[in-house]
Every structure is written in structure tokens, then in C-alpha cells.
Design a binder for this molecule. Sequence first.
Ligand SMILES: Cc1ncc(COP(=O)(O)O)c(C=O)c1O
Ligand SMILES: [Zn+2]
Length: 435
Amino acid sequence: MGYVKGLKCRECARPYPAKPLHVCEFCFGPLEVDYDYAAIGRVVHHRSIEAGPPNIWRYRALLPVDGEPTVGRHCGFTPLVRARNLGKALGLSQLYVKNDTVNHPTLSFKDRVVAVAVIKAQEFGFSVVACASTGNLANSVAAHAAEGGLTSFVFIPADLEQGKVLGTSVYGANVVAVDGTYDEVNRLCSEVADKYGWAFVNINLRPYYAEGSKTFGYEIAEQLGWRAPDHIVVPAAGGSLITKVWKGLKEFYNLGLLPAVPTRMHVAQAAGCGPIVNSVKAGSEIIRPVKQPRTIAKSLAVGNPADGYYAFKVVKDSGGSGEHATDEEIVEAMKLLAATEGIFAETAGGVTVAATKKLVEQGAIGRDEVTVISVTGNGLKTQEAVAGALRVPAHIKPTLASFDAVLAQYPPSGAGSGPMAERCSPEMLQSQGGM
Ligand SMILES: Cc1ncc(COP(=O)(O)O)c(C=O)c1O
Ligand SMILES: [Zn+2]
């Protein structure tokens, strides 16, 4: 059995039973999981965690599941990469990349939240799991539902990237593409959840689902040798990840697993959809929704973030800040991360690297401070974003003479360079068998 006491309203602290509930019926505040920390403190130590499996279940006492994990058993414990090359490019001497591009099974941090949510759905006896998604959640819900033998319904904006759609359908999910923004999809899903009584991982199971994101913060602290960094830069859509990374660090501190949490939490969003960053820059806790998001970072295109206010508060309370990235900056940053560290991140990763660059230039991040960039999704799913900005391969005959003729056009060294000025178009990519 786990250590969950029940749910609790984040605003008025009213207690609720551990059921599929998410809103306080008195003040409409969001509910969150409440743990028996005294009991957890008696069993959780550095050694007990280190003796656990190399995945998120090493932190199981701090996750809201009752029994053994039934799905997502290999999720998490992704690399914390010492990013010396990118650090040099950004002017940071102690830079790390938390690399969830290789998370299991669907290559984004969303596997952390979905593993918890789908196990919870099974524990509550649901047979259908569903979600409103900007793409990565769609992939992950579909995969975990397949693994758990559940039916899945996945609702997405109709204009998502091919890789995100294909990477959902392949698992046998019922995919519903909605003509509208993510916020419209989400509103529809609230009605569907009411009418059909399904387990919507990010609606009626949201309190449980969100807890999975704490593991991103736990891992950073453990992988740094039980130390919290000076800075973490986190991309935000609904604002849940940044809120829960902070909660995870605080929990570790309160349990005596960290000596201090000096961490400043910085939020990164796209310029074309940055409601949380807008609030941080304006110093106002009021989150003004963005009606029509316009950005290539579709995974972050949430105009009305459910946890926007809490994300804002985390940034303020921790002394952090926020930055935007334009589409051009996103593409440049994706290429920079790939060329310096060999990590192909999706657009959200480009947003985070680009925002970090600005935060360093502004002095919000000191050049010798320990900094972690959160890279939360894989670039193979958003190939359209960089397709037009890359050189195409040299195309030669199968002869040495043909190769010799093009070799001179390559620079002697240089990451990512190719012989031709010509650019890949999305159509070419498709004809080459990509997405
Ligand atoms: C790759 C990626 N990074 C970050 C986020 C932000 O997550 P949150 O909604 O918890 O702020 C998302 C959300 O979809 C995402 O897909
Ligand atoms: Zn309440």
C-alpha cells in the first residue's frame, strides 16, 4: 500500500477521499494528493532510493499508487548530461541537460505522468482512458493504454505534427482530431468526461497524473549527488511540470534528502503562446489567456494554462524568471543542442535552450552557477520544424571519383555541415520516408 492520505484542496485545504476527483466543490480550487510524510520519512532515505529500480518507481513512496506498477515499468531515470559543449556556446561553466528525449516508452516526459495516471485508472476500475493533448500526452496515453489492455480515446487539435498523430494511432488508440485550439479541445473533453465517465488523465485524474512530474525534479537532485541546482529552466504548457518539479525538490528537502533548495525556477514558452511568461514579465499573477496561439512549438501551445497561476507563483517564490522564444530562435536552438550535445530535441527543447540563452545574457543565470535545462521531448516527432533549415545530403554515384568530387566541398570539420546550400523541405522529407 502507498502513503496517500487522500486529496486536499490547494486553496482551502479541505480534505477529500482518494477518488477520481479534481475540483473542490466549495471553492473550485484544484485538488492535490496529500501524503503521510511522517510515515514516508521513516522508510525513505538516500540508500533506500539508491537501492531501487533504475526508473521512476525508485520514488514509489512519493507517488500515489497503491500496488505494484502495472504499466510504465521502465519509465524515467533518464540521463542528466553534463553539457560542456552547449555550456561553452551559452557561456555556462556548469550546465546540465536533463534528457527526457529518451524516456520510455514514448520519448517525452509525459511518460512519467501517464504511467501514474493509467495505473490509477486501473486501480479505480476504469476501462477507458482518455486525454486532451498537444501531442506527447497523446502518444503516451495510447501506448500505456495498449500495455494495460485499456481502450483509449485521444483528442488532439487537428493541426498537430504528423509524427505526433502517427505515434498515437499506431498503438490502436481512437484518435479524434478536433478543428480548434488545444483550449477548445480541452473544453470539449470536460463535457465528454462528464457524459461518458471515462478516466481523462489530465482532467478527472489530474491530481494523480500531475504527481508523476515530481520525478523529473527528484532525478535531477539525485543525479547531481543529492544536491539541488542553482537554476532549472522548464518549458511550460499547462504549467504543471514546473509546479511539480518545485514540489518534488521541496519534498526532498523536507524529508532531509537535500541540505537546501537554492534553486531558481525559470519558465520557458514560445513567443506566440506565452501566457505564463507574459505574467512573469509583467509581475502580475493574472494569467491572460492567449486566444490564438501561433508557434511551431505546438506541444506548448496552451493558451489558457490550467496551472498557470501556480507556475507563476513557483517562479516568483523561487526568485526565477521567464523568457520567450520566437519560431526562428526555436529552430536555431534545436540545431545548437543537436550540434553541440548530440541531442535531437523537439520544438519544446528549442524553446527551453533559446530561453536559457537569453536568461544568461540578461544575467538572470550566473555563468558559474549550476544550471539544468529541461529537455522534455524528442525531435523525431517534430521533424517539420527543422526540415527547411537543414542541408540535404550530398547525392553521388557509387564511385570513389564521385565521392572525391564532393569531398572538397565539405569543410575539414564542423558539426552539422554538409556540402550543399540547398535546404530540405517537408515534402522532400516525406519522399525520403520521414514524417
Ligand atoms: C515536450 C513537452 N514539454 C513540456 C510540456 C509542458 O508541460 P505542462 O503542461 O506540464 O506545463 C509539454 C506539454 O505538453 C510537452 O509536450
Ligand atoms: Zn477548496
